[in-house]
Structures are given as structure tokens and as C-alpha cells.
Write a protein that binds this ligand. Sequence first.
Ligand code: NAP
Ligand code: ZN
Ligand code: ZN
Length: 358
Amino acid sequence: MTEIATPTAPGPTTSARAVGAPAADAALEQLEIERRPVGPKDVRIDIKFCGICHSDIHFARGEWGEIPYPAVPGHEIAGVVAEVGAEVTGFKSGDRVGVGCMVNSCRECENCEAGEEQYCLKGNTQTYGSKDRDGTVTLGGYSDHVVVDEDFVLRIPDGLTLEAAAPLLCAGITTYSPLRHWNAGPGKRVAVVGLGGLGHMAVKLAHAMGAEVTVLSQSLRKQEDGLKLGADAYYATSEKATFKELRGRFDLIVNTVSAGIDIGRFLSLLKTDGTIVNVGAPPEPLPVPAFALIMQRRSFAGSAIGSIRETQEMLDFCAEHGIGAEIEVISADKVNEAWERVLASDVRYRFVIDTSTL
Ligand code: NAP
Ligand code: ZN
Ligand code: ZN
């Protein structure tokens, strides 16, 4: 094993191999990028796998607003610690670790103090596309290594492979957090809209929490899979009868769809006091008919990823319940193809890049 390097002062930047977008309408291509020197509280991680989230596509294609290019997406990072800074206490060389959607926050606002740094009032520093504390723009995990403050590094428990754990860092926590917040569990009926990366994790997690789970997918194409993942029922939203049959049925609906949907139709499927929580992040607004809310005191809510503490809790929960993502591991030269398949809802259920192929 190599010695743990513990520089007391920042050393040189390192050059990393990456895949990124040179422009909003361009294909992804191989790039060489710089990573900051390992500071006293930093961990340098050799990335082994990185999941492909639909957010990577929204972001890199400029659908959420203008961004600086080249852009390197990737916030489902799993790897091994290669080097730690002098003041790092939580990690050592060789540890199996993950990084999700954020790499820093202000640490002083009400939400950071409360341990909900994903809702930092000054905006958390995202793993890609954010201005970092040194003024540079963060570059994500479609890359061979990354340098991250130890407070934003997660421990991947034994029993989870790195490749199946990678998608948990975004798809896992983004669905775990609202399921916990709205008390998914025994006696609760939960519906999951969209069976993609987030959706398939929502099904596995809600099932493991003891809820009754229904998938609402565009078609019945993936029905067999959905039931294997832990769903109790599976319906096609293309069928009118679905909305009649399931009227007033659910306590909680988790909408993971990456495009605009008719929220009013889905609100009608909630019980009195039920909630639709939106985790899908389409660029366009989602109009809500007032009467669908007020007649049964229903709620329309949103949720973003989860805190670092909750992400660790989710990883431990997954290890305990033997839950990993269903993945298709791809080489780096297949990323453009994989993005097209994500856009065509042809993903079963997360693409994961093997970064040794970069
Ligand atoms: P994904 O793998 O592409 O899954 C989305 C699923 O939505 C598809 O598999 C499909 O499921 C359904 N869908 C797609 N287009 C649709 C349409 N036009 N009408 C109806 N259903 C459609 O995407 P993902 O990675 O799970 O991400 C989903 C969304 O969550 C994205 O918008 C992403 O940016 C967002 N996100 C948000 C957070 C957060 O913190 N809130 C975190 C991560 C991701 P079926 O084939 O089963 O219908
Ligand atoms: Zn994501
Ligand atoms: Zn803050």
C-alpha cells in the first residue's frame, strides 16, 4: 500500500481525465481538467464509477439556464481515497467513499446549523457548475479523480459494491429523503411516478420501509421489473381507467418525471391530506389546479437531495437491506449513447460509467 500523503500546505494542482460538454448543443468529449491541490481538510478520491443522472443532461444542455463551458457533469461518485490533507480525521487512504450532489455549503446559516446543508440559505456548492470557494467552477465526476472537503464525503459501507452504490449518492438520497420526511412505512400507500433512475430507487426504498408501493409508468413495458423491484401494483398512465380506478388512493406520490406532467390528474389520486412531492426537475413550470388541492386539503411539495447526515443514513439503510441500484456499467466512450437512451426512457435503471476506461 502507498503511504498516505498529508501535505500541510497546498501543493500543485493535478491534471485529471474527464468527459464533458464543450457547448450546450455539442456531444460530450474527452477533456483534460485541473483539480485543486489537496488542502488540509481535503480528500483526494480516485473515482472508480460515476452514475449518469438525468440532471446531468438538463444541466449540460443548458436547460436550467446558462452555464460555463466546458461542463463536466457527474454527481453520483464512488471511489477510493487516494490522499488526505493534514487535518482530515474521518478518512484514510484506501477507504471506499462516495460524493453526491454537493461539495460545500456556508456552514453558518440556519439550515446549515440545523444539518440541512442541502437547503443552505446561501446556496450549497454543487458538485458541478457551482462557483467553488477558490472562485473556480466545480467540475463533476465523469472523471478519474476529484478533491473534496471531508465533510462532504460519504462512507460506502461494506456489502455494497462501488458500482451499485454510485447511483445512491443522488437517485438514492433524493428519493429516501422525501419518503422519510412524509413517513412512508407500514400502512402507507405510496405511488412512484416514472420508473427511471430515481423511480426505481423510490420503489426499492419505499418497499424496504414497509409501505405499499404502486408504480405509475407511461406504459406497462417495465411491469415485470417494477414488481421484482418491490412494487405491489403497476399501472400505465396512458390508460384512462388508471386514474378512475386509483382515485383518492394514495397517502404520498413521489413524482420523478423529468418532463412536465399534468399534476392535476395525479392530485386526484391522493387521499384527503395526501401529498405529491416533486423531485423531477423539468425546466418548464408545473401548473397546479387550485380545486384539486383545496377540496381534499392536498399538498404539492418539492424536495432536493438530502443532507450529508441523511445520505450516510441512507447508505447504511441500503447496506442493511441489501439495496443497490440496478445498473448498466458502460465505458466512457458510450456516454453520448447512454444520454440518448436516458432521454428515450430506455434505461434499466441507471447507467454507471467505469472511469478506468477514461
Ligand atoms: P430518468 O432515469 O430519465 O427517469 C425519468 C422517468 O420519467 C423515465 O424513466 C420515464 O419513466 C418518465 N418520463 C420521462 N419522460 C416522460 C414524459 N414526457 N412523460 C411522462 N413520463 C416521462 O431520470 P432520473 O435521473 O430519474 O431523474 C428524474 C428527474 O429528477 C430529472 O428531472 C432530474 O433532473 C430530477 N432530479 C431531481 C433531484 C432533486 O434533488 N430533486 C435529484 C436528482 C434528479 P416511465 O418510462 O416509467 O414512464
Ligand atoms: Zn442527480
Ligand atoms: Zn448555509
